[in-house]
Design a protein. Structure first.
Length: 256
């Protein structure tokens, strides 16, 4: 019997990788979108988590909902309430993507993610929460936003354990095919590496010549990052290293 899976945030970085994998695994995939899109190998469900428009129709008939949609944190909690209210009558398995260490890093976005977790736990729905470390793409995005500067700056004494979205998608496909499991083991990247070292690796591979400076940044969040509260050293199960990821980026750019 085919399982119908609704994916919110299906057009984002992780969603674009996950949705085809779900379809290849034999699931009936439905992707939530705020505007009508062209037909594809999966169905589009038009709805808006912030206004509630179309959400009841989008969740109807879904046995599994994988909730990836997020913003900078603003509105995420309200959107979660909207989704839970719409899903309650059908009682689907709700799968939520979260972040390692959100109770121990003083960022507003992390506080919103933690509040969403609490809402899920209290919802009465069957649920699974998967926490991961930061994606490889975060490191490259930090570098790319500074490409107009003469140097690239990274926080000093901060390490990351980045993971590839393909590894996360593989885990989520398995979760979608299984029963709700509550809070499952964290998913961390294969290596813990210094932030400046990661930036140098990326810039060297793509051929962008510039210095990388390690900058001491103030604030509670930076203190928490320096303490490694966002790392999952005991769950370094991701397969794709950062070097392999940036090599893939370089190949893709050279083939264009």
């Amino acid at each position: 019997m085919t399982t119908t899976v609704l994916v919110t945030g299906g057009t984002g970085r992780l969603g674009r990788t996950l949705v085809p994998q779900l379809a290849d695994a034999g699931h009936g995939v439905r992707v939530l979108t705020r505007s009508k899109r062209e037909p594809a190998a999966w169905a589009w469900a038009v709805g808006d988590l912030h206004t509630g428009r179309g959400i009841a129709e989008a969740v109807t008939g879904a046995q599994v909902i994988i909730h990836l949609a997020t913003t900078s944190g603003r509105g995420d909690v309200a959107a979660m309430r909207t989704l839970l209210e719409a899903a309650a009558p059908g009682r689907p398995h709700l799968v939520y993507m979260s972040i390692v260490g959100i109770e121990d890093v003083a960022l507003g976005y992390y506080r919103a993610k933690l509040a969403c977790e609490r809402l899920i736990e209290e919802s009465g729905l069957p649920w699974t929460i998967q926490r991961t470390t930061q994606f490889h793409d975060l490191i490259t995005a930090i570098c790319d936003t500074q490409r107009g500067l003469p140097v690239t700056m990274m926080p000093s004494k901060v390490s990351f354990q980045p993971i590839d979205v393909t590894d996360v998608a593989d885990r989520l496909v398995g979760i979608a095919a299984a029963s709700a499991a509550g809070r499952v083991p964290e998913l961390g990247g294969p290596e813990v590496r210094d932030a400046a070292e990661l930036a140098r690796t990326y810039l060297r591979v793509i051929g962008r010549r510039r210095a990388v400076w390690s900058i001491p940044l103030p604030g509670r969040a930076m203190r928490d990052f320096r303490a490694g509260n966002h790392l999952a050293r005991e769950h370094a199960v991701g397969r794709t290293t950062f070097d392999e990821f940036v090599a893939r980026i370089a190949r893709e750019r050279s083939s264009r």
